[in-house]
Design a protein around this ligand. Structure first.
Ligand code: PNS
Length: 175
């Protein structure tokens, strides 16, 4: 085989606002297949304002994988295909939870392929126990005082509560 991609690095892009055990499970399983996983954290969230800043999303993921040298975490701005070219990696990894994810993922992988013919997207099925999990659900649970210990690492809960407290203090101080 001229270019054995599986022996290579893969880019795992996303918003990760915040990262969940569903994402972490995909990264851990990818490490069994790929030599290196580059977690690429997107600046732009299609008009949505993220809860965590880009710096904080990157730093949370770095903290979680601090002992795993094969996981690299980086922010990226603009088009994913441009970022991929800058890294000289041409394989993208995305997780698929349910059939509801399929349409958007197909659209995105075809759009990326159209823009850069060399890019291949590989999909990994999310483990059943995480198939309901999303960053939005985590934000909803945590902001309403629910427990999320089994869904996200402690660092996410801690940082979320810190930000929430800061924001409430900000609102009070402006009233
Ligand atoms: O975690 P998400 O929100 O599902 O991740 C989506 C993401 C960040 C991977 C996607 O929106 C993306 O690649 N954004 C960068 C801009 C881009 O390249 N858009 C064209 C692909 S459709």
């Amino acid at each position: 085989m001229a270019n054995n991609r599986v022996d290579n690095a893969v880019i795992y892009p996303g918003s990760f606002d915040p990262i969940t055990y569903g994402h972490i499970n995909i990264i851990e399983r990818a490490l069994k297949i790929f030599r290196k996983v580059i977690v690429a954290v997107s600046h732009n969230q299609s008009g949505k304002k993220p809860f965590f800043s880009i710096e904080e999303r990157v730093s949370i993921i770095k903290e979680i994988f601090r002992k795993e040298k094969r996981v690299v975490v980086e922010p990226f701005k603009g088009l994913l295909v441009d970022y991929i070219k800058s890294k000289s990696v041409d394989t993208v990894l995305r997780g698929l939870r349910t059939v509801a994810d399929f349409e958007f993922e197909l659209q995105m992988s075809l759009a990326n392929k159209k823009m850069s013919g060399n890019v291949e997207t590989v999909f990994m099925m999310t483990e059943g126990r995480y198939s309901f999990l999303s960053s939005s659900i985590i934000k909803e649970i945590l902001s309403l005082g629910g427990r999320a210990e089994e869904l996200v690492p402690d660092v996410v809960v801690r940082r979320f509560n810190e930000r929430l407290k800061e924001r409430k203090t900000d609102i009070v101080s402006w009233e």
